[in-house]
Write a protein that binds this ligand. Structure first.
Ligand code: PMP
Length: 360
């Protein structure tokens, strides 16, 4: 007899990207920022470290205030969490009961599916077109019973961006649209939560992370932004102290040091352009990315062996395959699509990647 809940017994679990702990790797597989964390953030951590004998502020007020000022919204609209992955978990636990339906575009961030399985929800994959666009009439027809629709924008693994018009058309009639903006700061035109302030804004929750654009993946801090009534409901579900004192102090300093974030963002956008051109010259198809990674496919080389060759040269990228996705049915993924997701590193890291790729 199994002691597991049946939904846990059935599920496979999510496999995160490889995290080698020894040095010597060119690590371009999990979309981390290659540039160091701002010194102002490190100083804030040091200051906070003197107060670790007491619990952190359960409402994270100074952090929420900083975020509110940045985006021009009231701090009541903000709920911080232990990484934006925890925000996704909180959304699931707050809004989705067993047997209810969640949906997400496929291919995208498959963690949504895992979190839905843990909650014993029905999970709907809404198939994207091969060019990563939505088949809007078909998508809308699938939304009637959807409680939460999770949409990463820019999308992963494609790096592509959907228009506000598309997103507004996708608000589920009986549920919420969760806009996962983990990569939002790398857009050509970053925005200030405009959709939240729009008419249907009370049916949208935006999730954000400090992992990528603020070089804080090791710290674990993200937040939800949404209508105060929705946020108040989520607050009932979260652990009292879901964010620790060091993260909150660091997060507040990071949000207040926009110039550090923007300088690194600028460098990443330049390198992204150079990487896109270089990969194209090597025969890859690269979708125009608005994130800190690119999605590259090759018309006739098997993607997995390229990934393995790079790995044997200590260059780590992400090989990804999406069975049953609407694809062109390439040789390497006849029933679905596969490809290579490459994080935009420093110029030196990308030089190394390109040297090894040429050998491949
Ligand atoms: N959303 C997307 C689309 C992601 O790719 C990631 C990173 N894996 C996250 C959310 C979670 O980021 P974090 O938990 O580090 O905030």
């Amino acid at each position: 007899m199994s002691l597991f809940r049946p939904c846990v017994e059935r599920m496979k679990g999510y496999t995160p990207g490889e995290q080698p702990q020894e040095s010597g790797w060119v690590k371009l597989n999990t979309n981390e920022n290659p540039y160091p964390t701002s010194p102002a953030v490190l100083q804030a951590i040091e200051r906070a470290a003197g107060r670790l004998n007491i619990y952190p502020d359960p409402l994270s007020t100074p952090f929420r205030k900083a975020v509110g000022e940045l985006f021009g919204i009231n701090p009541e609209w903000i709920l911080p969490a232990n990484g934006s992955d925890e925000v996704l978990t909180l959304l699931m636990r707050t809004f989705v009961g067993p047997g209810e339906t969640i949906a997400y575009p496929y291919p995208s961030y498959v963690l949504y599916e895992t979190l839905g399985e843990i909650q014993d929800a029905q999970v709907k994959r809404i198939l994207l077109n091969p060019d990563w666009s939505w088949d809007l009439p078909r998508a809308k027809a699938e939304l009637a019973d959807v409680k939460l629709l999770f949409v990463p924008n820019p999308n992963s693994p494609s790096g592509t961006l959907w228009s506000d018009e598309d997103l507004l058309a996708l608000v589920p009639p009986n549920g919420l649209l969760i806009l996962d903006e983990a990569y939002g700061d790398f857009r050509d035109q970053p925005h200030r939560m405009e959709l939240l302030k729009s008419g249907p804004g009370s049916r949208i929750i935006v999730t954000r992370t400090l992992s990528k654009s603020y070089s804080l993946a090791g710290l674990r801090l993200g937040f939800a932004a949404g209508h105060p009534e929705l946020i108040a409901g989520m607050r009932k579900v979260k652990d009292s102290y879901n964010c620790d004192m060091l993260s909150l102090a660091a997060g507040e300093a990071a949000i207040r040091d926009q110039s550090a974030m923007l300088a690194n963002r600028g460098r990443i956008l330049q390198t992204r352009q150079r990487l896109t051109v270089a990969l194209t010259k090597l025969g890859f198809n690269v979708f125009p990315s608005q994130a800190n990674f690119v999605w590259a496919t090759h018309p006739d080389r098997p993607h997995r062996s390229i990934y393995e060759f790079l790995k044997s040269n200590r260059v780590l990228i992400r090989y990804m395959s999406f069975p049953h996705a609407v694809g062109t049915g390439t040789q390497s993924a006849p029933a679905g699509i596969d490809g290579l997701r490459i994080t935009v590193g420093t110029d030196e890291q990308i030089d190394r990647l390109l040297v090894v790729l040429e050998k491949a």
